[in-house]
Design a protein around this ligand. Structure first.
Ligand SMILES: O=C(O)[C@H](O)CO
Length: 380
């Protein structure tokens, strides 16, 4: 029997990954009603990762009141899967750039405290592994707020707790971890970072991502020095030398903070999702694997979902046909063929307003999926 696996990412501002998979499934089922279908919502550690993993694994969404980057209360969500043993968190839920605007943005004071509160909530509910997608942040605090929410004391010369924000790190004199959540010792943190920048320097968090969070040139210099000082104290007090580690500069240095204060490792986001959804097992006897994302172009090769799905499939089943369907197909997609995607299609039927294309995505995806299935059937 024909086996067809539908393993797309979400289409941003349009459909969740589960909804995309369902639309593809419906289109293929018109031509192959008897086929063995497996829908696997996918993600790459970015926006939508919590929803995709919760959908793929029949998990649960948890809502918590936490501190937003500006210090106000907000509601944020994370996921629990595998009977609550694994939590899935997107840091932007609590500490993302959507919380600031041109009037309120100020990376001197924005904090990752809320991300720490989400981690704490998950641990208190029994999670032993935390998958955390980092990026899209409003912060430049090196994950200091996150560490404080988990009980670390970041003290100044007078032994006073540092206030929120990246600028305060300049005053850091001592780190005391004795009051940190004891359960942290048995928790593994798996970090999916959106970039590989180091913590400091010209390619570091402050220089590259500070301006988008409201840092002027002068602020960038100050924040970079503050993070460098923070890195020195992390090295001295926790024995972790993180300043130039790839990904340490992600999410305003939250990468460094997680590596310093938790038992953690950085991995490619899509590889994490491939593992937790058992994708390789599901595709190993598949005839056709369909993946996709809202916009596909040569940049997809830098760790986006379709390439992760294609590589995972070809590693265990080189004979399978891997097809990608996207809303928009951009430049140099030929760079994706040697990486395992056999053919790429757009689901947009013609020149039209973006809003219309977004509105019709479900219908259009079904249509193109049916057409692809008809072609496959005809050539078999
Ligand atoms: O949050 C940020 O600073 C950017 O997305 C890079 O991680």
């Amino acid at each position: 029997m024909m086996k067809i696996v539908l393993a797309p990412d979400s289409y941003k501002n349009s459909l969740t990954a589960k909804e995309v998979a369902t639309a593809m499934h419906k289109g293929f089922a018109k031509v192959y009603p008897e086929a063995d279908f497996v829908d696997v919502p996918m993600a790459d550690g970015g926006e939508g990762t919590v929803q995709s993993l919760v959908d793929a694994k029949n998990g649960q969404i948890i809502t918590e009141e936490v501190t937003n980057p500006l210090g106000y209360k907000t509601e944020a969500h994370y996921g629990l899967i595998d009977d609550g043993k694994v939590a899935v968190i997107e840091m932007a839920e609590a500490s993302g750039i959507q919380y600031i605007n041109q009037f309120t943005q100020n990376p001197y004071i924005t904090t990752t405290f809320g991300t720490g509160e989400l981690i704490k909530s998950a641990i208190q509910k029994g999670a032993k592994t935390i998958i955390i997608g980092i990026g899209g942040s409003a912060t430049n605090d090196g994950g200091a707020g996150m560490a404080q929410a988990l009980g670390a004391h970041l003290l100044d010369e007078k032994g006073q707790e540092l206030q929120y924000g990246g600028a305060m790190l300049e005053k850091l004199d001592k780190i005391d971890t004795t009051d940190m959540l004891p359960e942290l010792a048995d928790v593994k943190v798996v970090i999916a970072s959106d970039v590989t920048n180091p913590l400091t320097g010209p390619n570091g968090a402050s220089h590259v991502f500070g301006p988008q969070k409201g840092a002027s040139e002068e602020m960038v210099e100050f924040l970079d020095k503050a993070l460098s000082h923070y890195a020195e104290v992390l090295k001295r007090d926790l024995g972790k030398d993180l300043e130039q580690v790839p990904g340490a500069g992600a999410a305003g240095g939250l990468g460094a903070g997680l590596l310093a204060f938790t038992h953690s490792e950085m991995r490619s986001g899509v590889d994490i999702v491939v593992d937790y959804t058992d994708l390789k097992d599901k595709v190993k006897d598949a005839d056709v694997v369909v993946t996709g994302e809202g916009q596909i172009d040569f940049q997809t090769k830098f760790g986006k979902t379709p390439i992760g799905v294609a590589k995972a499939t070809k590693a265990v089943n080189p004979q399978a046909t891997v097809i990608a369907i996207a809303g928009s197909v951009g430049e140099k997609i030929s760079e994706l063929y040697p990486l395992g995607i056999d053919a790429i299609f757009t689901c947009v039927p013609g020149v039209e307003e973006l809003s219309k294309a977004i509105q019709d995505t479900d219908k259009n995806l079904q249509q193109v999926s049916e057409n692809i299935a008809r072609l496959i059937k005809n050539t078999k």
